[in-house]
Design a binder for this molecule. Structure first.
Ligand code: FES
Length: 163
């Protein structure tokens, strides 16, 4: 499995131009930092360091403030989603059936932390709360596929199905 933790930033000039145009248009807005980050996430799909730096320099808000906002509010993603988005349920029913062990094993196998994506862009991993399939606990989803009554031993063969 992969051993590097995240995909390099690959924002385009067109995305940058779109964000800069939005910032110019809204430069007089009060409390611009939050909406600017939301707009950046809409454009890029996430708000990595490079984008936060661009916003910081453009609207003169300290990078630390932007970083504080993006790490405090769970709506912000600091890493891109992978081609295959793995989500492990850590809701109560799944948790008591050992989903945390599965989640930790996946982190180790993929070499990523929560919310991160493998360097090849293939898998991203996140935890989630109850997805309403408690009868199948412990549960994980990969994009729209649902895997229930999971054991750690199955993970390797499940991941191997995704190319
Ligand atoms: S707690 Fe995991 S599906 Fe409900």
């Amino acid at each position: 499995m992969n051993s590097v933790s995240s995909v390099p930033f690959s924002g385009t000039k067109a995305q940058e131009a779109e964000l800069l145009a939005w910032l110019e248009e809204h430069k007089d807005m009060k409390g611009l930092a939050m909406p600017a980050l939301q707009e950046a996430q809409r454009i890029y799909g996430y708000v990595p360091f490079e984008v936060q730096k661009l916003i910081s320099e453009t609207i003169n808000v300290p990078l630390e403030e932007l970083y504080g906002i993006t790490t405090f509010y769970s709506m912000f993603k600091l890493y891109p989603s992978g081609k295959y988005k793995i989500s492990v349920c850590l809701g109560t029913a799944c948790y008591v059936k050992g989903s945390e062990n599965i989640y930790n094993k996946l982190k180790m196998m993929l070499g990523v932390e929560d919310g991160q994506c493998t360097a090849d862009g293939k898998f991203s991993l996140e935890s989630c709360r109850c997805i309403g399939a408690c009868g199948l606990a412990p549960v994980m989803t990969i994009n729209s596929d649902v895997y229930g009554k999971l054991t750690g031993d199955e993970l390797e063969s499940i991941l191997a199905k995704y190319n």
